[in-house]
Design a protein around this ligand. Structure first.
Ligand code: ZN
Length: 480
């Protein structure tokens, strides 16, 4: 007997043009897959989930998050990209034990899942030892979310020196591929999180690309992140025959237009992390410039040390920023909105970026990203019986501009209910929070004894300094 669930009477946004929007619709889930989407489905022997006053849509996909940092939520909300490198990356990261990597990944992924992100690409770059790697993978597994573990090395590869020459840890990435991911069909899959050529020497970059090819892994790579992206890394990749359709380029803010065209011509994909890019100085989010060359981007949270971890805030920021840029460009050329032409970027675009385009960036578009019969049943239900969603005149606009994680009522991952009536069902949230605090407290105690870090404090008062200029405790100012 098949296991069947009927989600009944919701406002269904399928994000599949062939299925469309259904102001009142049902979704039938059978053995973990979407069996049917229609205005009304007659089915017996099913478990019914009432979706009255709920928007039903595919789960969100976050295509790039450094999940291990979750215990440091908002510590970096007033930091630049360089403060972050000094404070988080080569500062706090070194005190992580394998259990801390586990705790961070568990907290970060459960938080993301609870907010409606059913698929998370963990851009995992604090893997000091193989035990840390195992901890990272276990944290993802225990969350109940669909995840892509993107192996990104650790502090040796990420120490901020011009042209870091330490190659990607080949033994560990080979071991993980064989031990955990010898199939690409599971709820967890694997990718290669690579430094861009702007961050290493040519020989190491070529080594890393060869390693990803050897292991048959998709690549996710930072490119165009502020000053670090201005050395035309994409052109270098083109010249070395390294551009292809299995690469997702994160940020793209400071890549030139012709570099974006090179990515488009190669079939590459993009990830816009609008909140972090605006805050940390990566440059303007590249949404509009990517669209101009034919790339529909995905979205990513990046570091919840700085910004919020949900797709709602991210969609709002990405849409507002691009609209502001478009309006400014129009004004600069003497144009006007007085002719009544529609504005080019819409709330529906943002929801597509957050769902189906995210699935594409993760190479999972055949399995997730829309409510399409045959795909895995990753779906979320958002409450609309609250003041901020009433009356529901435009569910797309309401999701982008009014919704928030507190309204995410019910979540299915591959047909399995992981949140119901606003409560997570498969994990002990109190325990997950406690583990995050335990890691935060352990690392904090260690870091307080470290002269290179110095002056660390909670409460929003700590600004990391360049460790190259460290001279003992008592001076917390950053020297750029
Ligand atoms: Zn990143």
């Amino acid at each position: 007997m098949a296991e069947r669930t009927l989600i009944r009477g919701g406002y269904v946004l399928s994000m599949d043009p062939a299925v469309g929007d259904l102001p009142v619709g049902d979704v039938l889930v059978e053995d973990g897959r979407i069996a049917a989407v229609a205005a009304s489905i007659a089915a017996e022997d099913v478990e019914v989930i009432d979706a009255t006053d709920r928007i039903v849509l595919p789960g969100f996909v976050d295509t790039h998050r450094h999940t291990w940092q979750a215990p440091w939520r908002n510590i970096a909300s007033d930091w630049s990209l360089f403060h972050y490198f000094w404070g988080m990356h080569t500062g706090l990261s070194k005190y992580y034990r394998p259990e801390d990597t586990y705790n961070g990944n568990l907290l970060g992924t459960v938080e993301a899942l609870s907010s409606g992100i059913t698929t998370l690409l963990d851009w995992s770059h604090n893997l000091k030892t193989s035990d840390h790697t195992d901890g990272a993978i276990a944290g993802l597994r225990d969350s109940g979310a669909r995840t892509i573990f993107a192996h990104g090395g650790g502090a040796p590869q990420w120490a901020v020196v011009p042209q870091n020459a330490v190659p990607h840890p080949a033994d560990d990435v080979r071991r993980v591929r064989e031990q955990y991911f010898n199939s690409d069909d599971g709820l967890m899959t694997m990718a290669f999180a690579m430094r861009g050529p702007q961050l290493t020497v040519d020989a190491v970059s070529l080594h890393d690309f060869a390693l990803a090819r050897e292991l048959d892994l998709d690549i996710t790579i930072h490119a165009g992140d502020g000053d670090l992206g201005k050395g035309r890394p994409t052109e270098w990749m083109l010249e070395h025959g390294l551009l292809n359709e299995r690469i997702t380029y994160v940020h793209c803010c400071s890549l030139a237009d012709d570099e974006l065209k090179m990515i488009a011509d190669s079939g590459g994909k993009a990830s816009v992390a609008a909140d972090v890019e605006l805050q940390m100085g990566h440059g303007w989010p590249a949404t509009g410039r990517l669209l101009a060359v034919g790339i529909r981007p995905s979205l990513s949270v990046d570091v919840c040390t700085s910004t919020g971890g949900s797709m709602f805030g991210l969609m709002r920021t990405a849409l507002g920023t691009q609209r502001g840029l478009d309006n400014a460009a129009l004004e600069a050329t003497g144009g006007t909105l007085a002719n009544g032409e529609p504005i080019p970027l819409t709330a529906r675009d943002m929801l597509e970026f957050a769902t189906i385009e995210g699935a594409r960036a993760c190479g999972l578009e055949d399995r997730i990203g829309s409510l399409t019969p045959g795909k895995d049943a990753d779906l979320i239900m958002i409450r609309t019986d609250v003041l901020e969603m009433s009356p529901l005149n435009n569910p797309l606009g309401a999701l982008v501009y009014n919704a928030h994680p507190g309204l995410v009522d019910t979540i299915l991952v591959a047909g399995r209910v992981v949140k119901r009536d606003g409560a997570m069902t498969g994990v002990d949230v109190a325990r997950v929070r406690a583990l995050g605090e335990r890691t935060r407290d352990h690392v904090l105690a260690q870091a307080r004894t470290d002269d290179l870090i110095g002056d660390i404090a909670l409460g929003g008062t700590w600004t990391p300094r360049n460790p190259a200029h460290a001279h003992g405790h008592g001076h917390g100012h950053a020297h750029a």
